[in-house]
Design a protein around this ligand. Structure first.
Ligand SMILES: Nc1ncnc2c1ncn2[C@@H]1O[C@H](COP(=O)(O)OP(=O)(O)O)[C@@H](O)[C@H]1O
Ligand SMILES: [Mg+2]
Length: 313
């Protein structure tokens, strides 16, 4: 039997007359990664704030690590770590001092504190910059330091609010590796993101948040079955080529006006090579070729019928 790390039922929150969370139900198994996926303004940070006792809900019940967030605030706080959307790093301290400060706050003895700080600097590849002021750190380094600070208290449940937004691809991959490592150690991760790809790669389960409601919930595979897959977009010079290509690619959809054919595809190198080879064999010339992988916009279009994912952010 797997136990739940986080459960929520009928969670509601409004700011004045603006309903931000409109009845959220969650059940997150211990030792898994759960991703709350949604555009800017969907209510992700509000959800994190309620689950981490920073904000009081207007209705519903939430249990984290077996404790009620409304009545057992201390016990919940003792079990969790939170890395917010905006880094909690003190810019005027060095990386090492930031970590030491956390160790002191967590009342680790001086010997243990030093050991934990040294280990975390090492683990996050920050040893060389440990004595530099955090204000000189890159965005990726700052996020790593922020997460390292969260880990000082060895939390069993970690909330990461958009941990990779604004990071370059390399720092993003580093962050993904760190997150996977944590889960391998048995930690439960609650991760918010605006990136379908990120949720897809990391999460055991994903919930899609739209205007305060969960419009879909499931494994990445279950979710992707509900959204159209990727496709290749082919543009031709004339009707003749379009006709010829459409004949050999019966699954495709055509746009006669723009002379475009959309061919369902996983976007992988092998299938692309095969597709182009087939067209080449029949001497069908392609004017323009592009690969489209589904993103958050596609998810929302499929689930809500709306393309615009910006919610008055
Ligand atoms: N303290 C607050 N007072 C009033 N409105 C708020 C407050 N915090 C968030 N909101 C509103 O709630 C909505 C959801 O915000 P948020 O949870 O930050 O979304 P996300 O993190 O998904 O971008 C937004 O419309 C935002 O303007
Ligand atoms: Mg947010």
């Amino acid at each position: 039997m797997t136990s739940s790390a986080i459960t929520a039922s009928g969670l509601r929150k409004a700011y004045k007359d603006k309903v931000v969370l409109d009845g959220i139900d969650l059940d997150i198994a211990a030792g898994t990664i759960f991703s709350l996926l949604g555009p800017n303004g969907a209510g992700k940070t509000t959800t994190v704030n309620v689950l981490t006792t920073l904000t009081k809900a207007d209705g519903g019940t939430v249990r984290v690590a077996g404790h009620d967030v409304a009545t057992e605030t201390r016990a919940v706080r003792a079990a969790i770590g939170v890395t917010g959307q905006f880094a909690a790093v003190d810019e005027l301290l060095t990386g090492q001092e930031n970590l030491q400060l956390m160790a002191d706050l967590k009342r680790l003895g001086s010997g243990e504190g030093k050991r934990v700080v040294t280990d975390l600097l090492e683990r996050f590849d920050l040893t060389e910059s440990a004595r530099k002021m955090a204000s000189t750190y890159s965005g990726g380094m700052r996020r790593k330091l922020d997460l390292a600070m969260t880990l000082v208290g060895r939390p069993r449940i970690i909330f990461l609010d958009e941990p990779t937004t604004g990071l370059d691809p390399r720092s993003r991959r580093t962050m993904w590796d760190i997150i996977r490592q944590l889960v391998a150690e048995g930690v439960t991760i609650f991760l918010t993101t605006q990136y379908l790809e990120e949720a897809d790669r990391l999460a055991d389960r994903i919930a899609v948040l739209d205007q305060g409601r969960l419009v879909a919930q499931g494994t990445p595979a279950e979710l992707k079955r509900q959204i159209p897959g990727g496709h290749v977009r082919l543009r031709f010079a004339g009707e003749l080529e379009l006709d010829a290509a459409a004949r050999i690619l019966p699954d495709s959809t055509r746009d006669d006006e723009d002379l475009i054919l959309r061919v369902p595809s996983d976007g992988g190198a092998n299938s692309l090579r095969a597709l182009l080879a087939r067209l080449d064999e029949l001497s069908i010339e392609v004017e323009e070729f592009s690969v489209h992988t589904p993103d958050l916009d596609d998810v929302f279009l499929a689930l809500t019928g709306r393309t615009n994912t910006k919610v008055n952010a």
